[in-house]
Design a protein around this ligand. Structure first.
Ligand code: HEC
Ligand code: HEC
Length: 290
């Protein structure tokens, strides 16, 4: 597997050099970045890298780079944009277009310090990292995840879309989301209101009907709920008997009885494979998939 991806990268690199060298590199002529980090293992550089990481990166990648709500775990030893020193330096400098990962104005020395720091955190993926193909079959089949979640245009509407969740979330967060959905409720950004989250709302209408759903929109006078059969209710708060927000998820907790550990690994491997389209990094290869 490792060999395969190295070979693929080599092929892509060869294609790149072959077809684009002239147009691109001739014009831009970037200062040659050394292929290897000159400060790997240097304790001073590592400390400095940790400080920079805390200033510039923790906000998204979390403490110890273990993943946060906005950026992935950087300690798994598995890199979707390449794990060589030079590739990491490029990702940090240029960002990942089309995602929240921003380009940076750090100097190359600072970038090498951060890379040296990240290398000290890197842990290999757990050996039983799961089979994403089986995970996909479970997601759309027996585990019924797709009854509430859309992935690439297929699935239900009650829960958040998961088409790029692997880029946005750490592995630990994904596992927690499945085993204990209520721990950190996802924010609902669909309407740009950052205070709205996918909590459980129960409304009792004047004629005594009880509606349970997730909030889609809410202001002082009205609330819009989507119930578990995806019906949308626009309710006038004045006319309701009661309206209650509860800090719990309408997603059922998938304990080990419902989804065994091996199945969980497969489902998580599938979720981790759902990434923002990899930008065609200054090159025209039609399908970069790693
Ligand atoms: C605003 C949020 C944000 C900030 C700030 C940020 N990142 Fe990221 N970063 C992301 C996201 C989101 C991704 C995933 C991009 C994707 O979909 O592939 C990412 C991806 C990466 C990757 C590629 C991971 C891989 O698997 O190849 C590296 C390396 C990285 N970030 C390092 C850093 C470093 C170092 C800093 C600080 C200098 C930083 N990031 C700052 C959000 C952020
Ligand atoms: C009955 C509907 C329902 C089912 C079935 C369901 N979910 Fe969810 N899911 C939700 C809702 C609602 C949320 C948002 C509230 C929360 O954070 O738990 C959510 C949140 C999530 C999140 C967090 C997303 C993020 O970006 O924060 C993940 C990951 C997730 N679900 C995965 C799954 C997987 C995998 C399955 C199947 C094993 C599944 N869900 C089954 C309704 C559902």
């Amino acid at each position: 597997m490792r060999m395969g991806s190295i070979r693929m990268r080599a092929t892509l690199a060869a294609g790149f050099v072959g077809s684009f060298t002239l147009q691109l590199w001739a014009q831009v002529a970037p200062p040659a970045t050394p292929a290897r980090n000159p400060v790997t293992g240097d304790p001073k550089a590592i400390t400095q890298g940790a400080v920079l990481f805390r200033q510039e990166c923790v906000f998204c990648h979390g403490f110890g780079a273990r993943g946060g709500v906005r950026g992935p775990d950087l300690t798994t030893g598995s890199w979707s944009h390449g794990g060589s020193d030079a590739e990491l330096a490029d990702t940090i400098k240029d960002g990942v277009a089309g995602t929240a990962m921003p380009p940076n104005n750090l100097t190359i020395d600072e970038i090498w310090q951060i890379v040296a720091y990240l290398r000290t955190l890197e842990q290999p993926m757990t050996p039983t990292a799961g089979d994403p193909k089986r995970g996909e079959a479970l997601f759309f089949g027996a585990a019924r995840c797709s009854t509430c979640h859309i992935v690439n245009g297929r699935g239900g509407l009650l829960g958040p879309e998961l088409s790029t969740v692997g880029s946005a979330r750490s592995r630990a967060y994904l596992i927690e989301s499945v085993r204990e959905p209520g721990r950190q409720l996802t924010r609902n950004r669909a309407f740009g209101d950052l205070t709205l989250k996918y909590d459980a709302v129960t409304a009792v209408t004047a004629d005594g009907r009880t509606i349970v759903g997730v909030p889609m929109n809410e202001d002082t006078f009205t609330v819009q709920l989507m119930d578990t059969s995806e019906r949308v209710h626009s309710l006038d708060k004045k006319t309701l008997k009661s309206l209650r927000h509860e800090n719990r998820s309408l997603m059922p907790a998938y304990g080990a009885d419902r989804l065994g550990n091996a199945d969980l690994d497969d489902v998580i491997a599938y979720l981790q494979s759902l990434r923002a389209p990899t930008p065609v990094r200054k090159r025209g290869s039609s399908h970069e998939d790693q």
